[in-house]
Write a protein that binds this ligand. Structure first.
Ligand code: GDP
Ligand code: MG
Length: 319
């Protein structure tokens, strides 16, 4: 049977289904040829937000019921000032998983925000010197990107990553009631753990000014932390050689005094030739660290045990 997928980025039936359906004809998004007129009609409506319950785009906070109705998702709050490399990190993580890199205890089992991830991925070409980075995250936006992960026992865990603009964290750091810090407040209230981005390039260039800004955000993170984990992510670590060693040490000491369990990881999105520790390993190690500790913290198995037969994503069993 010929036809096509209603998701414009999916080239099925020429390639395997995005959602992992073995038989693409049974995929809810596949439209047989005799329905092509319908596709044309729908194309005219592409700019409108779809009425379907699932569009594949990044979630907004009021859309997370699409996964929270089946399990309690884990939310990882990505925090840091503008330009710290937060969105690029997300793009890189998705790209690494697409390229077959693995998390320690989980395998990638699908995503409900595939168009959102694909948009990030398409803007990130893995070649040093010609990386068109993601467009700056708009101030008002609070996007949430989803992964379903499967552990060794075949249980699913839904994980969401927040991606808000850095400006809202800078506003929130100086005044947590700032009217332009709504996304930061929401992320702070709802996350299970945080990644605090420390921009090595900014530290190298702006020295104490940059350190002060980072510490402002870090201190605000402590005000109602309730034992949630914060890991320090030294982003753009390809520039760490340019950061004054004394400044790096001082910042480390201050952060480890602030957060009782201090974890840190150095990451980069710039590939050196050959296997690159900062890019290939550490971006995923950061996520391993978070997932391991969130499980220990909550002491609750957040995984989904029951497999519902009419949910294509849940039924997907990996490659
Ligand atoms: N040197 C270096 N620059 C990076 C890296 N990742 C991102 N950038 C730069 O940082 C800028 C901001 O990245 P972005 O991900 O949009 O930051 P965000 O505002 O925190 O989401 C990009 O335009 C890149 O120029 C990296 O690993 N190394
Ligand atoms: Mg961004």
């Amino acid at each position: 049977m010929s036809g096509k997928c209603r998701i414009s980025d999916c080239a099925a039936p020429g390639v395997p289904c995005h959602l992992g359906c073995e038989d693409y004809k049974t995929c809810e998004n596949f439209i047989a040829e005799n329905s092509e007129k319908k596709i044309k009609k729908e194309k005219n409506n592409e700019n409108k937000k779809s009425n379907l319950s699932w569009t594949g785009e990044a979630f907004t906070p009021d859309e997370i019921h699409q996964v929270s109705s089946r399990s309690t998702p884990i939310l990882i709050g990505i925090v840091g000032k503008a330009d710290a490399g937060k969105t690029t990190f997300l793009a890189m993580v998705y790209t690494l998983l697409l390229n077959g890199k693995k998390l320690k205890n989980y395998s990638f089992a699908g995503t409900k925000t595939i168009l959102g991830w694909d948009e990030l991925h398409n803007r990130l070409r893995l070649k040093k010197g010609e990386i068109p980075f993601p467009a700056p995250t708009p101030v008002s936006s609070n996007r949430l990107y989803h992964f379903a992960l499967r552990n060794e026992d075949q249980h699913l865990k839904d994980v969401l990553f927040s991606d808000a603009s850095g400006e809202v964290f800078s506003n929130w750091a100086t005044n947590r009631d700032d009217e332009n810090a709504e996304s930061a407040r929401w992320i702070y209230a709802n996350s299970n753990a945080f990644m605090l981005f420390i921009d090595c390039e900014m530290l190298a260039e702006q020295k104490n000014f940059a350190k002060r800004e980072i510490m402002l955000i870090a201190r605000q993170l402590t005000h109602d932390l309730k034992g949630r984990l914060v890991i320090a992510v030294w982003s753009k670590s390809d520039k760490k050689g340019e950061v004054l060693p004394a400044m790096k040490d001082a910042l480390k000491t201050e952060l480890s005094n602030l957060f009782p369990r201090y974890f840190e990881v150095e990451i980069s999105n710039f590939l050196e030739p050959g296997p690159d520790e900062l890019v290939h390993k550490n971006n995923l190690i950061a996520i391993d660290l978070l997932l391991e500790n969130i499980e220990l913290d909550t002491n609750v198995d957040l995984t989904l045990t029951e497999i519902s037969s009419d949910d294509l994503l849940i039924n997907y069993k990996g490659r």
